[in-house]
Every structure is written in structure tokens, then in C-alpha cells.
Design a protein around this ligand. Structure first.
Ligand code: AVI
Length: 348
């Protein structure tokens, strides 16, 4: 397959291990971290020192950030959640005959597990559900709710950072029987990973899920700024609050003195990279202090806080193949978003 962009060619050239650190910047939301995190401190101090100031998007998701993200999924302009839920509702009844014999559903970055119910209700062959999330709180709530509503199902939550290798709990079957494992990675969270980091993550998920396992993954595709910009800069300002909350978190956890009134939220479309970028724009020239260090801001200077790649089908499939997955089926939104849910199979 011929890459559409140079960065797709770079995937073939880049060693996967080299992308591991980058993948940390794109964790699924709903993570809660300890009050003082040395990695947070290091990322903020290093990122604010760079020519293009940047902070990895994982740090957007403290408790308040996670709540704000849940609110984002409900705003009218944020089409991905709504679109994917509609696609899942349509495909769920076909899934069992499509795949057959799935015994375990493993949800990556499960969060509140809302969309999962559509799959659990439709797949009678499932015997266990393994939600994987870094947030123990959300896992506990989601797992107990699902165990109550699906009494025949064994629910085995795993608290883990899914960007690093993690082990699945034993299911009492032959250890090499992985064909019944179905990974579920919804929400287009893969879009928060650079292409190289996305390949590294899908490769690692393939190892965890095992030979002949499958992966159901949602990928947003649109490049239409008329859809994208409102989705990432909604009229009610929920996304702006989500972005600005990062400054409050730095003040609280890293002894910072950001004044959120000195910054505004910016969502911009970068067609060259096929992504939406979130930034915080300084409204005036001023200095900010974090952990005793001084950082100067020019008027208009930005902190880059998140990338949301919108991978086209050919881009995504190129990455999936590089990670040893092949596509068995896909379901695409017929409307303007092109949002696609892929069913992938790992050969070995
Ligand atoms: C979590 N992730 C898939 C969201 C996205 O659309 O990239 C994060 C988000 N950022 C702003 N709005 C939503």
C-alpha cells in the first residue's frame, strides 16, 4: 500500500520501540493520578522550556478533566461519540455470526464502559468481560454496574496503563487459546497517538490479546473543518474548560501561578498532518512560575496540549498492517464524518 503522507512511510522506517515514550502522551481519558507526580513535573517543566511549548495530553485527565471529557461526549457538536454509538448499535447484532465463538471481551481504556453494553447485550457467547483502565475508581464503578446487569458474565477488571505491556487474567482455558479474545478500543482514542505511537500500541495490544485474536476499533476520519472545529471548540465552552483545567492542575499540583484569564482555548485543523490540535494561547506577554522556575510567554504564544489525528481508512489500514493486524470487516458512517469501526484479526 502506498503511503499518502511522508509520516506513513516513516512508520515503516521507524523502530517501534522508539515510539514507546511518545505513546504516553496519548493516554485514554479518565485517568486519576496522585497529587504529586514526578512524571507530570518533568513533562511540564520540559514542555514549557521548548520552543513550541507543549504538555502531553495525558495530563488533561485529572478527576475534573475526566468529568469534563464525559461532558464533552454529550455536547451537540462532539459528533464522534454519537456516531460511533450508532454504528455499534447497528453492527452488534451481526458480530456474533461474523466472528463466532468469542468468549472474552477486553476493553482497552474502558472508562465508564457505556458503549460496551451494546456489545455485551448482543453477544450471547461471551463468558467474561475484562475492562482495562488506569483509573481504579472508574473501573470499580463500571465493573460493579456491569456485573449487576449481566449476572452470567465474569467481570475481571485490570488496573493498568494500556500503553505499556499488561497481562490478561487467566480464564481457565488453554493458554494459547486466544482466538476467542475480542479487544475493544472505541472512541477514536487511537487518534490521540502519533502514527508511530499508534503502531507501537497496536503491536503491543496484539501481543497481549494473542494469536488469532480480534480487535474492534473506532477511528474518526473526517477532515472537514466545518465539523472538526465546532467539535473541539463547542459553543458552550466545555472543551475550553477541559483545556484550561490543565492550568488549574499545574497550579494545584506543581505550585504554579498561571492565571487562566491570561489564556484562551484554541482548536485548529492541521490538514498536513490530518489532525486537530488543541492549544492554550497566551493573551499577553507575561511570565509564569512553576516549581520555582520562570517561563516567559509572548502575546499569542501557545502551549500545545493535544493532537487528535483523523486517520483515513488507507492511513489506518497501513498502520494496522504494520502492527500485524488485517481487516476482516469495517462499518463506516454514511454521513459527513466517515467515522469507521474496524474488525481486525491478528494472524500470529
Ligand atoms: C479521548 N479522545 C478520543 C478525544 C478526542 O476526540 O480526541 C479527546 C478530546 N479532546 C477534546 N475533545 C475530545
Amino acid at each position: 500500500m502506498k503511503p499518502e503522507f511522508q509520516w506513513l512511510a516513516d512508520i515503516d522506517a521507524a523502530p517501534v520501540a522508539g515510539a514507546q515514550r511518545a505513546s504516553v502522551s496519548a493516554l485514554k481519558p479518565l485517568a486519576s493520578v496522585p497529587a504529586i507526580d514526578p512524571q507530570f513535573e518533568a513533562d511540564v517543566l520540559e514542555g514549557l522550556d521548548d520552543d513550541q511549548k507543549h504538555i502531553p495530553s495525558i495530563w488533561l485527565y485529572d478527576r475534573r478533566g475526566s468529568e469534563l471529557f464525559e461532558e464533552i461526549t454529550q455536547v451537540t457538536e462532539y459528533y464522534p461519540t454519537r456516531t460511533e454509538t450508532r454504528l455499534l448499535a447497528g453492527l452488534a447484532p451481526q458480530l456474533e455470526s461474523e466472528i463466532g465463538g468469542v468468549h472474552s471481551l477486553i476493553e482497552i481504556g474502558s472508562g465508564s464502559s457505556r458503549k460496551t453494553r451494546l456489545l455485551l447485550a448482543a453477544m450471547g457467547s461471551l463468558v467474561r468481560y475484562v475492562p482495562v483502565d488506569i483509573s481504579a475508581d472508574f473501573l470499580r464503578e463500571a465493573a460493579s454496574g456491569l456485573a449487576r446487569d449481566f449476572p452470567g458474565l465474569e467481570v475481571q477488571p485490570v488496573v493498568a496503563d494500556f500503553t505499556a505491556p499488561f497481562a490478561l487474567p487467566s480464564c481457565g482455558r488453554a493458554t494459547d487459546d486466544c482466538a476467542g479474545n475480542l479487544g475493544f478500543f472505541p472512541g477514536s482514542t487511537i487518534g490521540n497517538f502519533t502514527p508511530q505511537a499508534a503502531v507501537a500500541l497496536m503491536t503491543q495490544l496484539g501481543r497481549t490479546l494473542g494469536p488469532r485474536s480480534r480487535l474492534l476499533i473506532g477511528v474518526d476520519t473526517t477532515q472537514d473543518p466545518a465539523l472538526l472545529i465546532p467539535a473541539y471548540d463547542d459553543a458552550a465552552g466545555v472543551t475550553a474548560q477541559f483545556n484550561l483545567n490543565l492550568l488549574d492542575r499545574i497550579n494545584r499540583e506543581l505550585d504554579g501561578d498561571f492565571d487562566r484569564r491570561d489564556f484562551r482555548h484554541l482548536a485548529r485543523h492541521d490538514p498536513q498532518h490530518g489532525r486537530v490540535e488543541m492549544h492554550l494561547v497566551s493573551q499577553r506577554a507575561h511570565e509564569v512560575h512553576v516549581r520555582g522556575r520562570t517561563f516567559a510567554f509572548a502575546a499569542g504564544e501557545t502551549i500545545h496540549t493535544e493532537n487528535c489525528y483523523k486517520y483515513t481508512p488507507s492511513q489506518f489500514l497501513h498502520m494496522a498492517h504494520a502492527a500485524h493486524w488485517r481487516c476482516e470487516r469495517s462499518w463506516q458512517d454514511g454521513g459527513r464524518t466517515g467515522f469507521t469501526v474496524y474488525l481486525l484479526r491478528r494472524d500470529a
